[in-house]
Write a protein that binds this ligand. Structure first.
Ligand SMILES: [Zn+2]
Length: 453
């Protein structure tokens, strides 16, 4: 796949679900369908996208301009990290504030100061492919026409769906962190499911406590008719919360606590956790014990119900997000299926070592290819070689706007193809092995892992 206008994907030509279930030499002969190259095969295979931040506030808005596409994307992270470190505070989430109209002066910081960054490159390629002549540059001469095209297309109610169709996405699992109880199927459409972010529940020692997204667990529980007045009540409410997930089309829990604290979820100290209950600001040890205890309890509930636990690792509050810090939690819950995210960038080697040792780990490659395509390629080579079986890899877009999702999926297809081509050129495995693995990474692993119908 090349980034030029002559190589647009044949829209609507993605391999349907029914013909994708078995990948053997015999199955391909039966289907009488043998794509010419692994690149072509990857280009036409549908994707089951396991991680997005598609939320109604953004996805259903009919007022979207070019500046928003940059600000509400990872390109936006080049200008300001949208989350705080323990030493910092913020008034609002910069990803979600109004941007105002597009001007060259507001675009230039992305395009000129941060023009070499991979997030920016991805978005420039995508915007110019979808709205321009494909020349991958946004300039003083072209930005106005591109901005007008973005605004005009988003006024059409079906434009977002169309972009996702062109990206070859069959279905998406979104993390709507502005509302952890969102029923994404109801809010966004039939091909959506959501995960339930657990951060606020792990920080709810006091009725006024909130997580880094501003979510209050007590307010969320109240929406479900649950008003816990004691620590034991609260634990019972958590169980009801998890039991209600299926009714909201939620297919996994999501631990993004790497943005609230370190990920060393130690053996829970129940006594200390109980002491934190009801306090406005418990000690650091008390807060840690409380969230350790809640995370441990939710991992246990997930394991008992065979619900996956998706977990952010790497970057975030970087002093505490190394993947080995969660090894204890993973060992304590051998029945819980953990989906560890982002190749724990930049600690991919360590994560792959863990995924070899602990057989209850699956890897969500999301974002790792967006932040560094070259790091990703090396890590994918290693993952293919070291993982104990082919079920372990899947990926998503991790984006707010569909344009970035489109570009991210195209980039993923390109990089996965390149790695598989390199593996074939080295004689590592056969063409049919590469195809079987590609289909698993793009869609089949996610379908089985999340038990999607
Ligand atoms: Zn994300």
């Amino acid at each position: 796949m090349r980034w030029n206008t002559t190589d647009r994907r044949p829209n609507g030509f993605f391999i349907p679900l029914s013909s994708m279930l078995v990948y053997t030499d015999r199955a391909f002969k039966t289907l009488n369908f043998m794509p010419q190259s692994i690149r072509d095969f990857v280009a036409v295979t549908g994707i089951v996208d396991v991680h997005e931040h598609h939320i109604p506030e953004i996805l259903l808005s009919r007022e979207v301009n070019l500046l928003q596409l940059f600000q509400q994307s990872y390109a936006g992270w080049t200008q300001a990290r949208p989350y705080t470190l323990p030493s910092e505070t913020r008034d609002s989430d910069p990803m979600l504030v109004a941007t105002g109209p597009t001007t060259w002066e507001t675009l230039a910081p992305f395009l000129e100061n941060s023009g070499s960054n991979s997030f920016v490159r991805n978005l420039v390629r995508t915007v110019t492919e979808l709205y321009g002549d494909g020349e991958p540059a946004i300039t003083r001469d072209t930005w106005k026409a591109l901005d007008a095209a973005v605004r005009e297309h988003h006024r059409q109610p079906d434009w977002c769906k169309e972009v996702l169709r062109r990206a070859g996405i069959e279905r998406s699992i979104t993390d709507p962190y502005t509302d952890p109880l969102l029923d994404a199927r109801q809010a966004l459409g039939d091909n959506y499911n959501s995960v339930m972010r657990i951060n606020s529940f792990a920080c709810s020692w006091h009725p006024e406590s909130r997580d880094h997204n501003g979510n209050s667990a007590r307010a969320l529980l109240q929406r479900l008719g649950l008003k816990p007045t004691s620590f034991d009540d609260y634990l019972a409410a958590l169980e009801k919360l998890v039991d209600g997930m299926a009714s909201r089309h939620q297919v996994a829990l999501k631990n993004a606590l790497a943005y609230d604290r370190d990920v060393a979820f130690d053996e829970p100290d129940e006594k200390l956790a109980r002491q934190a209950w009801g306090k406005t600001l418990p000690s650091h040890a008390g807060r840690k014990a409380f969230s350790d205890f809640v995370v441990d309890r939710l991992c246990r509930l997930a394991g008992e119900r065979d619900l996956p636990m998706q977990m952010h690792l790497g970057t975030a509050i970087i002093r505490g997000s190394h993947p080995l810090k969660v090894a204890g939690l993973i060992e304590r819950h051998p029945r819980t299926r953990f989906l560890l995210m982002h190749l724990a960038y930049p600690w991919s080697h360590d994560l792959l070592g863990m995924a070899f040792v602990y057989r209850n780990i699956w890897l969500d490659l999301t974002w790792s290819f967006l932040i560094s395509p070259s790091h990703f390629k090396l890590a994918l080579h290693e993952a293919i070689e070291t993982l104990p079986d082919e079920s372990r890899l899947m990926f998503g877009g991790d984006n707010w706007h569909v344009e970035e999702t489109y570009g991210t999926m195209k980039l993923a297809r390109q990089l996965i193809s390149e790695v598989l081509e390199e593996k074939l050129a080295a004689g590592y495995f056969r063409h049919v092995d590469a195809q079987r693995l590609a289909a698993k990474i793009l869609r089949e692993n996610a379908i089985r892992f999340f038990k999607l119908q």
